[in-house]
Ligand binder design. Sequence first.
Ligand code: 6PG
Length: 488
Amino acid sequence: MDRKADIGLIGLAVMGQNLVLNMNDNGYTVAVHNRTTAKMEDFLAGPAKGTSVVGAETLEGLVGMLESPRRVMLMVKAGPVVDSYIEQLIPLLDKGDIVIDGGNSHYPDTERRVKELEKHGLLFIGTGVSGGEEGARTGPSIMPGGASQAWPAVKPIFQAIAARASDGTPCCDWVGDGGAGHYVKMVHNAIEYGDMQLIAEAYQIMHELLGMSHTEMADVFGAWNQGRLESYLIEITSDILRTVDEDGSPLLENILDAAGQKGTGKWTVVDAANLGIPVTLIAEAVFARSLSALKEERVKAAEILGEPKNSSAVLGSGDRDAMLADLEAAVFAAKITSYAQGFMLIREAARENNWTIDFGAVAGMWRGGCIIRSAFLGDITEAYDKNPELQNLLLAPVFATATRDSVPAWRRAVTRAIGAGVPVPALGAALSFFDGYRTQRLPANMLQAQRDYFGAHTYERTDKPRGEYYHTNWTGSGGAVSAGTYNA
Ligand code: 6PG
């Protein structure tokens, strides 16, 4: 090989292979390594044939092929495998070399790895890569974070291979220190769960309540994709609804209704609970998958408890258009609420972890390449550009107007579904959150009274300054001694 390679990539599963080919298309020489050499040889003799990609059977070989400072990207399964490769790479690398983890790693692992590699004089980047197989090949959304000194050396490659938003901006920029990149990718995935669940609920309403055929539903999603809901997920939903099985029946109806999940949604909910941020729609989307996975138990429960289906609630075609218009508004308003919740979480995590995150730039990185890509993300970037201090997306004029205007339709769609026994956990949770968020007085006075009644946990009073705590001897038999007032 005449010149050294620009970057090394370890892990030739489909994402790894496609990123390598994408880098090659953009003029970079990539050296690759895979634990199973045969897989690497297949790749070099197959998809990478005729390219400048070079293979290394050993990690020593790979490292020896790289230009300094070396850039080594891991595209391996998140978890111990990443640590094992890092351990093997450390003695082979020199000060200033860069290790990049492009898997769906949990952000505390990335935080730890950044610190650990720093001790060895190495720079670690943990980056989210979204867009699946096709995105990796043609342009993913890339969300890097970690050792910021490494960014100038990685930026040209990443921005060259990333997707571009409609205005030409690469869907990749520096997110922040430590685990910030993987955190933002985690929330991206959780928002993805929310978008998918909203679409699934809309499908169930159309199918069961409106009695629509698959072609009719595909047409509606196709039409929605021409409007404010325009997005990759709405687009593929229309395609999915049009796809037929070998016998000509809709393939969708032959797919078992038990959803899987790889963990990023769950991590988000756990982290949100720890930070006290109410990501209610995301949580419902995660738990909707958990409920679906209890397939056998649900079948049994349907027999014992009876299915909630109320066939008399199936609407006639006159009602249908009105309900579809309501549903479109409900999905849009719930989607705004979900993104608002997601950004509330990123904001709090940034505060907690001392990350400086540009929220508008994050939305910008999601405009193209990734699974949640949509026209609507441009509005989020614009809202943060107009007001970087924006407390909550729901308070941005554009979203305040959109949600407020959607409320009657949103409420009609949710009550109609509930009335007919069609579960709408995400649409409903979002509406309850929206109502709660704009309610000046919630019934938490009752919670505080109960806590004080049974546990002397004290309460604040409406007629006294915040931070002053009171206890009442509710029964006359309790003492005047109160418990501590800390909040977990
Ligand atoms: C992406 C996706 C991807 C994720 C899958 C599976 O951004 O390209 O988010 O990273 O692994 O969507 O996620 P679940 O198995 O948890 O649905």
